[in-house]
Design a protein around this ligand. Structure first.
Ligand code: SF4
Length: 298
């Protein structure tokens, strides 16, 4: 008989809980709320909120918006660059800022590092380890008017050095997007230190969210302790991709799904111990629904 267990540490992180809580509160009061970008990278949770009156708009919609008269516009946990706040205000929106406090702190540290790097006689560089084009990263780069380099991986680091984008002979301050893999960040920082070889100061900022870093350790143990892992996550979740790959590293019978319709009975054998887990953007109710669907297969 298949036994199913839900990872007790999976589910929304603090930043997402806060943003969704605020959205639900406003939706209950006013029945309508605009969100700039998907409030959470999970299609099923978005659908649930849209049924309550949430309307997701993108940057183009914001630029083209007209006749706005104080409607609420939620800035999600990822944050936004300063010019987006200015644009939203100009258009007449009332901003409900749900940027996660951890991201706000990271944005501030990047502004401060940039000021240090631009001080007379320093000529340093701000480097961000993150997913190119990810909303959080766009918000981070926007803090310094675009004057920061973004690398996604070791290959990106080597490419920037080879092509002259990053000069290892000049000072560097490096930051990570909050949801990146701690192992990958360590390895990027180690390689960067080797390439710089003490020619200039390197300052490494430890900016991976502690909720994410802790989850890496707990999730590896969870993946090892089960025969099959069902990883539940939205298709566009960057954190989901990182955590699912982590599970695959510890358990080759890891399968990724975004809804219960993706579950295939052929993945399981009788007596399997199945672990259900997800990203920081996966709601608990979806993990529970997934566990029930697997139990109902027998
Ligand atoms: S992962 Fe961490 S930093 Fe990112 S939104 Fe969640 S709590 Fe905030």
């Amino acid at each position: 008989m298949i036994r199913v267990e839900i990872d007790p540490h999976s589910g929304f992180c603090g930043g997402v809980i806060r943003a969704i809580g605020k959205a639900e509160e406003l939706l209950a009061q006013e029945g309508k709320l605009f969100s700039l970008g998907a409030i959470v990278h999970n299609e099923e949770e978005l659908l649930r909120l849209e049924q309550q009156g949430l309307v997701t708009i993108d940057r183009d919609d914001l630029e083209q918006a007209g006749g706005v008269d104080g409607e609420n516009l939620l800035v999600r946990a990822h944050g936004e660059p300063p010019q987006v706040y200015a644009l939203a205000r100009d258009k007449g929106f009332r901003i409900i800022d749900c940027t996660c406090p951890v991201v706000l702190k990271l944005q501030r540290h990047i502004r401060e590092a940039h000021a240090r790097m631009r001080a007379e006689g320093v000529n340093g560089q701000v480097l961000i380890f993150g997913k190119i084009g990810h909303p959080e990263v766009l918000g981070l780069v926007g803090q310094v008017g675009g004057d920061a380099l973004v690398i996604e991986n070791l290959a990106g680091l080597e490419r920037q050095i080879a092509e002259g984008g990053l000069d290892p002979a000049r000072p560097v301050e490096i930051f990570s997007q909050t949801t990146m893999s701690p192992d990958a960040y360590r390895s990027v920082c180690k390689t960067l230190a080797e390439r710089m070889a003490g020619k200039a100061p390197l300052k490494v900022h430890h900016t991976i969210c502690t909720q994410v870093a802790t989850r890496h350790k707990e999730l590896s143990e969870f993946a090892l302790g089960h025969d099959v892992i069902i990883f539940v996550s939205g298709k566009t979740s960057s954190n989901g991709e990182v955590l699912c790959n982590l599970c695959k590293r510890y358990n080759i019978r890891t399968f990724s799904i975004s809804s219960i319709e993706d579950i295939q009975p052929g993945w399981f054998t009788p007596d399997d111990r199945v672990g259900v887990c997800g990203a920081t953007s996966t709601p608990k109710w979806l993990l529970e629904k997934t566990a029930r669907a697997i139990e109902n297969l027998q």
